[in-house]
Design a protein around this ligand. Structure first.
Ligand code: URA
Length: 427
């Protein structure tokens, strides 16, 4: 018989008391075992939502989430390990370029990723548009590919922090997703369990981001950096703007094509700028003295990308899937682009078929949006602003309705806004 009671743990947190390590360990273990009911965990999550977790409580909560599953051991590799996590944005294809780039600099990048939900796309959905590419690898295959190629992007196995899946599903239906301790423990438990030695966090803030408020994004970054260090993972966060989509392309296959352009030394300057900024932090964290720009420009990052895709069965030279229904959205008047709303573009791409509403939904490979203008561009009446891609006219219709007001035109000239906002380190 346990001496603990879920009601005592819930009321302690509800009344603003700190939970002991033993209480946290007990309740998460009992929840995994089915001895704490979903309604009791819901009440505790709501109490945490309102009263938070102090740093020592959060550290234990996260440690217990990690302990609910396996922790990959990557210590035997000949290269230092470093990974990146992004809190998610529209057109965020950085992982596809960054993992091979940092591998080309001499590190091993274990990118264990998820699929997209809602208006932000998932890295696995993008790579699955490449014929033959396989997202699921065994732990031995991950280690082997890291040693041989230096980069792996694959599905995070069910064994990593399994309690997070249960907690996340419960948070989703109880209005408790937007809690900084719950978000940070959810993200960091999976990243720490994946076994990386160092980590850069791209914390997005703005219209198209999960967190729209700067102070909250900063608090999330600081909390995750502290958690990483508390678990022995050298962690730095970079706050970045997500008011406008990243690059021109939003959609699964479209983003793979754009990533390859950047890997071949071309592509949109914002994608290149952010990739290089994150790559520089990653090589610095593992003590590699190489400027990543040289590895983009001399073709070695692209060569690692090819090996990474081939190693997982992908036909790296296959032509990209093409949408059967396409349409241009044009400017109603002449003017200067004041803003391109990342959220509207993300939702449009999702409605065109690129994203899913429920996790079991399929996604379209070819659907998406190509953004033809950016903030500060001058346009004439009738000039194309977006190209919409879908698999059928019904999806095209849904995307068209969402994107209609995504570009604001005015008469004032405006400058592009900075993408890199602030670096957050351990305090
Ligand atoms: N991503 C996660 O993995 N967990 C959260 O709680 C939020 C975003």
């Amino acid at each position: 018989m346990s001496t603990w009671s879920a009601v005592d743990v819930i009321t302690a947190k509800r009344d603003g008391f700190a939970l002991s390590d033993a209480a946290i360990t007990w309740i998460l273990t009992a929840y995994v075992n089915g001895d704490v009911a979903e309604e009791q965990m819901s009440a505790l999550l709501m109490a945490i939502f309102f009263n938070g977790l102090a740093s020592n409580e959060l550290r234990t909560w996260t440690a217990q989430m990690i302990a609910s599953g396996e922790r990959l051991d990557l210590s035997g590799l000949s290269r230092p390990t470093v990974d990146k996590h992004s809190t998610g944005g529209v057109g965020d294809k950085i992982s596809l370029i960054l993992a091979p780039l940092v591998a080309a600099c001499g590190a091993a990048v274990p990118q264990l990723s998820g699929r997209g939900l809602g208006h932000t796309g998932g890295t696995l959905d993008k790579l699955e548009t490449i014929p033959g590419w396989r997202a699921t690898l065994s732990n031995d295959e991950i280690r082997d590919q890291l040693e041989r190629v230096g980069a792996v992007i694959c599905a995070a196995g069910e064994g990593l922090a399994p309690v997070d899946r249960k907690l996340y599903a419960l948070r989703d239906v109880t209005g408790t997703v937007e809690s900084i301790p719950l978000i940070s423990s959810s993200i960091m438990s999976k990243k720490i369990a994946e076994g990386t030695g160092a980590l850069v966090l791209d914390v997005k803030v703005g219209r198209g981001a999960f967190i729209k408020d700067y102070a909250r994004a900063r608090e999330l970054a600081t909390t995750m950096v502290a958690l990483g260090h508390g678990h022995g993972v050298a962690t730095v966060a970079q706050l970045t703007s997500m008011d406008e989509p990243l690059g021109r392309c939003v959609g699964n296959a479209l983003e793979v094509t754009e990533s390859v352009e950047v890997l071949r030394g071309a592509g949109p300057s914002d994608v290149r700028e952010l990739t290089l900024a994150l790559a520089r932090i990653m090589v610095e964290l593992v003590g590699i003295d190489v400027d990543p720009a040289t590895k983009l420009d001399d073709g070695s990052a692209y060569e690692v990308y090819r090996q990474m895709i081939l190693a997982q069965g992908g036909d790296v030279d296959a032509t990209s899937p093409v949408a059967s229904s396409r349409e241009l959205v044009v400017a109603a008047r002449a003017g200067v682009v004041q803003s391109v709303d990342a959220l509207s573009v993300g939702i449009a791409a999702w409605r065109l078929g690129a994203g899913r509403a429920r996790k079991e939904d399929p996604v379209s490979a070819a659907a998406g949006v190509i953004c033809l203008v950016r903030r500060g561009d001058e346009v004439s009446a009738g000039q194309p602003l977006f190209e919409l891609h879908a698999d059928d006219d019904a999806h095209l219709e849904r995307g068209r309705a969402t994107i209609a007001d995504a570009v604001v035109l005015g008469d004032e000239s405006v400058n592009a806004r900075p993408l890199l906002l602030e670096r957050v380190e351990k305090t």
